[in-house]
Design a protein around this ligand. Sequence first.
Ligand code: IPE
Ligand code: MG
Length: 229
Amino acid sequence: MDGNGRWASKRFLPRIAGHKQGVDSLRRCVRAVGQRGVKVLTVFAFSSENWNRPAEEVSGLMELFAMAIGREIPQLKADGVRMFFVGERLGLSVKVIAGIEQAERDTASNSKLILNVCFNYGGRWDIVQAAAKLAAQGKAVTEQALSELMALSHVADPDLVVRTGGEQRISNFLLWQSAYSEFYFSDKLWPEFDEAELDRAIASFNQRERRFGKTSGQIAAQAAAGSTS
Ligand code: IPE
Ligand code: MG
């Protein structure tokens, strides 16, 4: 969800005003993907590297995060959204952790849409924490074993990864899980990411041929076999 700061700067507003607008955009996005039948939405809210921002912005983000969770839980609960918070808990305040635990608990019986909020998350952190667990258990390192210990083991790998804000990089997001994801880079700043842009991302995704290392001929043959069976 990139571009909050630039959205605010363009309007001569403090960066935190952009982050507040970002929360509104996320609320609309959650509703929109639900309406389109998406089953899992994973968003990158705060990275392991975001601690390096000015202290004022970091504390503002923590404050906003705790406040937004508390405020949004009832509606998310009513809408059938199940929340998971993915990332390192160590280093987060008692208030933030309490909010996270409350949201996970309150939405645990929901199943319409899974909303994973990556917070204090990094793709490298995830690979390392999973590998460390394997090492501690003295187990062999296999793709399967590692995948099972990763922080997003409760969902399938993402089909589509959307990055807003005009940058074309992954910035330590789902490094392991996006191995075969389709990417869509949007010039929209996150607060301006709307339903029309979501539909453009989905339309673009629908035009891709996903081969997973195979040839186009094999994929066509598979599709033909699938449609007659
Ligand atoms: C939001 O956008 C991402 C967060 C860390 C919350 P940015 O804060 O990175 O916005 P830009 O890139 O400065 O515009
Ligand atoms: Mg940014």
